[in-house]
Design a binder for this molecule. Structure first.
Ligand code: PEP
Length: 253
């Protein structure tokens, strides 16, 4: 892997202040694994508290509105989450696409606004099982990315891609290392074409979908896997740290 592996926990719609003890435990332990970059994306309501309590790990948001401030009841924009302490935002997660009808064009607008606010972006992509079974997974994922990728010249450090096959999210099923390597290789090809090989090499491609302590090492040792986006297993410090350990071991292979 070109850079430190990046392990990001997506807490989704989970967590009250009682979860801060998990964030503190993750933060304390992460200091022992400096070869791994560790971050969590709690719900909006906990971003500021996690930012204050956890000094070693990165804190981010799970979404943002693409607009400037204004009359959008219930929405939160990129500058607001940056002000709360977020350093990055996850955009285009399949649950947002499904639950809120988010299109690639909307996701592109969100990315541009997040970058303008100084945030790093984790852009998610991934196919359904029907699309994979039809042999169209790669074309589908590349089309998603082409439509959503930002137009900036130098994505270094500001852009991360997360490949998350929808059928592997929260199901206990994971893609095989060969499938992951093939898809990540295709994504790398698109990044090379879009930004040039040197800039593309700085962009980590994470895998997401039922990553757990017992499969993390194998997944993270797969070619072109630069880390993991972790849902369910990130809700317990013990499980999440098991994945951080797997990343650290994969790095040594
Ligand atoms: C996710 O939703 O980003 C995810 C990868 O979830 P899980 O780890 O629970 O499959």
């Amino acid at each position: 892997m070109a850079e430190r592996p990046y392990i990001v926990g997506n807490w989704k719609m989970n967590g009250t202040r009682a979860m801060l003890s998990e964030a503190r435990a993750i933060d304390r332990a992460a200091q022992r694994y400096m070869k791994v970059e560790v971050a969590v994306a709690p719900p909006y309501t906990l971003i500021h508290a996690v930012h204050k309590e956890a000094e070693q790990i990165g804190v981010g948001a799970q979404d943002c509105h693409p607009g400037a401030e204004g009359a959008h009841t219930g929405d939160i924009n990129a500058s607001m989450i940056a002000d709360a302490g977020a350093k990055f935002v996850i955009l285009g997660h399949s649950e947002r696409r499904q639950d809120h009808g988010e299109t690639d064009e909307l996701i592109n607008a969100k990315i541009e606004s997040a970058l303008d606010a100084g945030l790093r972006v984790i852009l998610c992509c991934g196919e359904t099982l029907e699309t994979r079974d039809a042999g169209e997974a790669e074309a589908f994922v590349l089309a998603q990315l082409k439509a959503a990728l930002p137009a900036f010249q130098d994505p270094a450090e500001r852009l991360t891609i997360a490949y998350e096959p929808i059928w592997a999210i929260g199901t206990g099923r994971t893609a095989t290392p060969d499938d992951i390597a093939a898809m990540h290789g295709a994504i790398r090809g698109l990044l090379d074409e879009t930004y040039g090989a040197e800039a593309s090499a700085q962009v980590r491609i994470l895998y997401g979908g039922s990553v757990k302590p017992d499969n993390a090492r194998e997944i993270l040792a797969t070619p072109e896997v630069g880390g993991a986006l972790v849902g369910g297993a990130s809700l317990s410090a013990e499980n999440f740290l098991g994945i951080v350990v797997g990343a650290s071991e994969a790095e040594e292979v």
